[in-house]
Design a protein around this ligand. Structure first.
Ligand SMILES: [Zn+2]
Ligand SMILES: [Zn+2]
Length: 278
């Protein structure tokens, strides 16, 4: 199991160096979940996002490996409620009995009131877009377990972190930023894998990319969110899909994505794209 944990390291100097000893990232099939909290002095930790459906056992095993037995997280914090980020959350909540936090605008999708729009299978993006018709878009119901993130920008049980509203991919999408070492947990506001490879387990070619296309509903706002994240000047970005990116590589790629968002990120055609000749 341990060799599957993505080392959150910098290789820009040619030598792998741990950047943050308290963020561990576990890729479950094609989506990352983050364990935030130091395993060396195991006390408080939180889980950010909850992976694909049926991944609860994987997450529980990794949690035990990192933090020891019977050391449950203080909370589960969600970047957004898409199926690939909340897949195990109901099972984990039942198992751990911990609160879940998400942005207020994401609440309806987490309390059974609303479903996300159906994925756009017509969007530019190759097989993944076509495959996306199989992706569940139904909201889940966490009932009284789920709470809105505090209005003051703080993140429960993640001291030193702030949540940043990064809508566009979903209305209530958030990213998490820690000023002290400029770490950023991005969610799907941007990703570091090519769109076509998004849901291919074996070929995850690294390339900065906009949010996953078939589910992104507001592209202008998504661009605005990337601008907001670039302005934070992150030194490390752990994205919902793809490998973490750090240092100069991150700075350059994020600047490029921001500059060329209309060509890199926004699909040429699709249901959620403004059409000039409509
Ligand atoms: Zn998503
Ligand atoms: Zn995702």
């Amino acid at each position: 199991m341990k060799d599957r944990l993505i080392p959150v390291t910098s290789i820009s100097s040619g030598i792998e160096q741990p950047l943050t000893p308290d963020i561990h990232c576990l890729p479950i099939q094609v989506v990352n979940v983050c364990f935030v909290g130091s395993p060396v002095h195991p006390h408080d930790w939180v889980l950010v996002d909850a992976g694909m459906p049926k991944s609860a056992d994987d997450i529980l095993a990794t949690a035990q490996e990192l933090y020891g037995e019977n050391n449950k997280p203080k909370a589960i914090i969600l970047t957004h409620g898409h199926f690939d980020h909340v897949g195990a959350v109901e099972e984990l909540v039942e198992h751990w009995d911990v609160p879940v936090y998400a942005h207020e605008l994401e609440m309806p999708y987490l309390t059974g009131e609303m479903d996300y729009p159906e994925p756009d299978t017509s969007v530019e993006g190759g097989m993944v877009a076509k495959m996306s018709r199989m992706f569940p878009n139904e909201g889940i119901d966490l009932g009284s377990h789920v709470h809105p993130l505090p209005a003051d920008g703080s993140v429960p049980h993640m001291p030193g972190w702030q949540w940043v509203h990064t809508p566009g991919h979903t209305q209530g999408h958030v990213s998490f930023f820690r000023e002290s070492d400029r770490s950023l947990i991005v969610g799907d506001a941007f990703i570091t894998v090519k769109q076509e490879y998004l849901f291919k387990v074996l070929t995850q070619e690294q390339e900065i990319s906009g949010p996953p296309r078939y589910l992104t509903t507001d592209w202008d706002t998504a661009w605005e969110s990337v601008r907001k994240l670039e302005a934070l000047k992150p030194n490390l970005a752990v994205t919902g899909h793809g490998y973490p990116m750090a240092g100069e590589e991150l700075t350059e790629n994020l600047a490029k994505l921001n500059r060329e968002f209309d060509t890199i990120a926004i699909p040429d055609h699709g249901r959620f794209v403004d059409n000039d000749d409509k």
